[in-house]
Design a protein around this ligand. Sequence first.
Ligand SMILES: [Zn+2]
Length: 537
Amino acid sequence: MKKTPCDKIIKHPCIRPLAYDGFTVQALAVRAGRIVGVGTYRELRDMVGPNTEIIEPEGEILQPAFHDGHIHLNFLKSEHHVDLSKVQTAGQLQDKLSDLSPSESWLIGAQIAPRIAEKIFKDSPNLLYEACGTRLVLIRTLDGHGGWLSNEGAQWLQSHAQRPLTTLDIPSKGIVHITEGDYYQALEQIPGALNRSSLEGLEGRVASVISAGVSCFHEAMIDEIDVPLWESFFDRYPVERTGRMHGMLHAKAGDWDWIRKRKPVFAQYEGRLSLGCLKVFLDGSLGSGTAWMHGERPSHVIKEDEFLEVARFAASENFQLAVHAIGHRAVQTALDVFETVRPIVPTPYQSFTPPWRIEHAEFVTPEDIKRAARIGVIFSVQPLHLPMDTEILLNSHRDFVNIAFPWTDFIDAGVALVMGSDAPTTPCDPIKNLAVACGGMRRALLGIPEAPLALHALSRDVALHSHTVGGSIASMGKLGSATLLPGQPADFVILDGDPLRVAVEELEDIHPLETWIQGRRSSNQPEGFKHARTASC
Ligand SMILES: [Zn+2]
């Protein structure tokens, strides 16, 4: 019996329907953007009709596209910002800033590493004044949790602030450091500080995420004004340019009434946009010195009562809840509230109960790891934070090294993991994440470089699971299962190396060649990346 013809057959010697399992097939049949058959070409041949396209992409492995479980596309710098990402010294910063014409009212510098900025401004507190005179200057740090203002900039912010500022203390000529609540006010108030109003800008950022091999990204901070922008983005562009987004609505302390008017929505725009998750901040970042490591909660974050209120609202309205918690005290507090408000979910795999999640979970005590597993909480981790934070960890938080980045303990305890980038803080690059998660970096952090790697690094299958199916679980499966099995969206990536089989040291040399979303090619890497090796396996 002849079957209904499919639109496309993708032929490739090495197709992995599950990124984390060595099992392979040689052909996929795609109809209306979904997989309708998996097998050998011979097995699928009776689905070939007169209009079926046969496509044979090059590359080593074809596998499900990645999820980026935590990203900030609203936070990327705009082209009007001075790019400070390469600045290492006071001299370089001074050169970058003095070159600029004084035409615009505000001068915004972006992407400087927080530790470098701190060192430069500690040694040279008058640098902004010397480079820019009395201009209004904002320097945004790379981690999205703090910035620096010129004296005049700080005065401007003080007179334009809508809510009382808490950290602002203005010296006569020097530099002012702002974090968290004050920093977000600065971003909202200062003209040009955020570039969130352009669809084209958004499209460019999403395109770079897709070309990293990602089909589904979990946007970690959506404010009220961002919602119509994202909606028009998904309305205007086709799926191969939008990918799929699991968005977290920002329940900002004292300012989340707009969320009370909403209901969770999932897989809108033909399975591309979910806005069914709420996000609360319980601390800041390690680099800005605002992670909640010990003592009282940081002053800028949501208070206990209000956090409980958000959590109760999420539970009663069936929203997912995501809590930003880096320090172990923040993680502990998040779990306390989860336990109080919500019945235990025996496993986060129960899709009818939204699994709640902790974003970052960089420091977690053994007791809390067990607790998270028991009550069914997902940890959303970003391995590339480890190399970024190693120095500060060893210099300022040595007491906490044993409980830092304990990914293997999470897995051993049975906590579900999703991996992401936290871009732009670290690059959106799933393969580099795998290289860190599976490599020797945590072993080195613990000071035991000779210990068996398997005890201190994730295995390849677990890391690949976390970057694909883990993301699907964390987005409640609403945007596809991140597998290439019949019924699933045909979202896949072709890599020029095999992440399950190369040596750990070679993982980072693997590149995505093409990303396909819903059966359509959406990105091609530049020629230089193509090694044109096609393996048989
Ligand atoms: Zn984040």
